[in-house]
Design a protein around this ligand. Structure first.
Ligand SMILES: *[C@@H]1O[C@H](CO)[C@@H](O)[C@H](O)[C@H]1NC(C)=O
Ligand SMILES: *[C@@H]1O[C@H](CO)[C@@H](O)[C@H](O)[C@H]1NC(C)=O
Ligand SMILES: *[C@@H]1O[C@H](CO)[C@@H](O)[C@H](O)[C@H]1NC(C)=O
Ligand SMILES: *[C@@H]1O[C@H](CO)[C@@H](O)[C@H](O)[C@H]1NC(C)=O
Ligand SMILES: *[C@@H]1O[C@H](CO)[C@@H](O)[C@H](O)[C@H]1NC(C)=O
Ligand SMILES: *[C@@H]1O[C@H](CO)[C@@H](O)[C@H](O)[C@H]1NC(C)=O
Length: 336
């Protein structure tokens, strides 16, 4: 008995001592404005170099090459303040505020890179899966006894919403692409490979057998960080640690209806992002690949929820009318 319990105790003790390390290796969850300290006037708002977001989400990429250090992915979503498609010059600006009008929802993606990393030396690709997985993160609940998830606050990691076999197949396939010999066009090789030969394990990544759905492939080479001269209009720096640089690498605009449901579906959808880091140098390092799930996270003040059970209605309404309320407040101050 003693012979057995002693080593057990030692194993338990060493497990306890190593817990912080274990925690560091678990896939990081997504943090939003509360953790990032965005300005808040009753609703989240975050302005980064002339882009204003109704919310943001940040998640560290697990298992980046040690030479690069910790790199994060950041997502911000903007709802256009006027209806219509910006590509058609703003649409019919006259008929507004119809509940069924559609508006451009613009998602913008950044890398958060360590201060001491030379962004221009990065090389690799990112694949942004624009269509969300069918599954939703299931925590936190609207209230503890509820079966409903608080879509705005919900957070998790890719394995919560995507089959592990798909995650493994995607990252394996991305690592297998020959990035070196495809002269200067490494990311188009990856794109072609994914379009022509999507992993069968991912037939349901976006649900209903749509496979990988609509995705965008971009290069992570030749990017630059937001400079202090571009930064003068920022009131927010949605990354941790705050010393990290922000590097815009992709964006995607979809038209969504301007209703509470549309708002929840478009602002708070989950976006899987596949990152591939290759060696800028030569073939001395194998490419590394990671799948990270991102979404905007808005933590609500539960005191304000008034127990209506109407999901996230109060705050999302506030974000939707945020622009006009701000204008109204400005007018009030001008008059007084
Ligand atoms: C979205 O961006 C536009 C242009 O930068 C800005 O005018 C608008 O206020 C933003 N929308 C929100 C809800 O912040
Ligand atoms: C993907 O969606 C974008 C708009 O978000 C659209 O412009 C593009 O044509 C779509 N691509 C495919 C292959 O459907
Ligand atoms: C940009 O501005 C934000 C907000 O003022 C600040 O927190 C951040 O450190 C600035 N970043 C750079 C690179 O100047
Ligand atoms: C708005 O979009 C949501 C989410 O896509 C959908 O459930 C709802 O039926 C749409 N409402 C209208 C009026 O189109
Ligand atoms: C390139 O390789 C050399 C030697 O292997 C190394 O010292 C250098 O840091 C590498 N540069 C980059 C950008 O990886
Ligand atoms: C939480 O759930 C209980 C039981 O279903 C319900 O009575 C209560 O109104 C709910 N509270 C909120 C804030 O939704």
């Amino acid at each position: 008995m003693m012979i057995h319990s002693k080593p057990t105790a030692r194993i338990l003790l060493s497990l306890a001592l190593s817990l912080p390390t274990l925690a560091d290796n678990t896939p990081p969850k997504i943090a939003g404005c509360t953790a990032l300290d965005c300005p808040n006037d009753g609703w989240d708002s975050c302005t980064v170099a002339d882009e204003t977001y109704v919310g943001v989400g940040v998640s560290r990429i697990a298992d980046t090459p040690t030479a690069l250090g910790d790199i994060s992915l950041v997502k911000g979503v903007n709802i256009s303040s006027s209806p219509g498609d910006p590509r058609n010059g703003g649409g019919d600006g006259g008929s507004d505020h119809g509940a069924d009008e559609s508006r451009p929802y613009r998602s913008v993606y950044y890398l958060g890179t360590p201060e001491n990393l030379d962004v221009s030396s990065l090389s690799g690709c990112a694949v942004v899966f624009n269509d969300p997985p069918t599954e939703q993160f299931d925590t936190p609940k609207v209230n503890r006894s509820s079966v409903n998830t608080d879509i705005q606050a919900s957070t998790g990691t890719c394995p919560d919403v995507i089959e592990q076999s798909c995650i493994d197949a995607l990252t394996r396939q991305a690592r297998g692409v020959d990035y070196q010999s495809s002269s200067g066009n490494a990311c188009s090789s990856l794109e072609r490979d994914l379009r022509d030969n999507a992993p069968k394990e991912c037939s349901d990544l976006t649900g209903a057998g749509d496979g990988l759905g609509n995705f965008t492939v971009v290069s992570l080479g030749g990017l630059s960080a937001i400079s202090s001269s571009q930064n003068s209009s920022s009131d927010c720096w949605p990354v941790l640690p705050k010393s990290d640089n922000l590097v815009l690498f992709a964006e995607d605009t979809v038209m969504g209806n301007y209703t509470n449901e549309g708002n929840l579906a478009e602002v708070y959808k989950i976006t899987p992002i596949l990152t591939v880091f290759t060696s800028a140098n030569s073939s001395n390092d194998d490419p590394s690949a990671q799948l990270t799930c991102l979404k905007v996270v808005t933590t609500q003040n539960t005191e304000d929820a008034e127990g209506t059970g109407e999901d996230a209605a109060p705050l999302s309404t506030a974000s939707m009318v945020g622009v006009s309320v701000a204008t109204f407040v400005a007018v009030m101050f001008t008059l007084l």
